[in-house]
Design a protein. Structure first.
Length: 145
């Protein structure tokens, strides 16, 4: 019999020639080859899906990076430990960012976004503290008069 091609995702899989035994049943080799062909096709689909997922994540990182690096007019000097420096350098090495500075800005921005609930709570409490300090200053001024 002739070879047939079957397309599975972006992987082209060649189907084996069916060899028959004396009693007309497919050979064990052919069954194993068919099973292997199916496994290869499934693996190709899995790899294609993984590449699509990575591409989507890189797009998301690119968007997040753009917003993190927007309007960076303030300079902050910071000391980091070896582990943190390793992560900053990983972003540069992977061409996600151009420098350690961009990496730090990106990670700070992402950290703030991922802890938005915490920062909103901190903002509420610091606003209350500011209001109490203002009341205290007004009270002291009144007492001085």
């Amino acid at each position: 019999m002739a070879d047939k091609s079957k397309e599975n995702g972006d992987v082209v899989v060649e189907e084996p020639v069916v060899e028959e035994t004396v009693d007309g049943e497919p050979s064990v080799v052919n069954e194993a080859t068919s099973a292997a062909t199916e496994a290869i096709g499934a693996a190709g689909k899995t790899i294609n899906d993984a590449f699509k997922q990575v591409e989507k994540q890189m797009s998301n990182i690119s968007k997040a990076l753009g917003s993190a690096l927007q309007d960076r007019a303030n300079v902050v000097m910071v000391r980091v430990n070896d582990d943190s420096l390793h992560y900053l350098d990983m972003l540069v090495e992977a061409d996600v960012t151009k420098s350690r500075s961009e990496s730090a800005a990106f990670l700070i921005n992402e950290g703030i976004k991922s802890n938005e609930i915490l920062f909103n709570k901190i903002r509420e409490i610091t606003d209350q503290i500011s209001a109490l300090k203002s009341q205290l200053r007004e009270t002291v001024k009144i007492d001085e008069e």
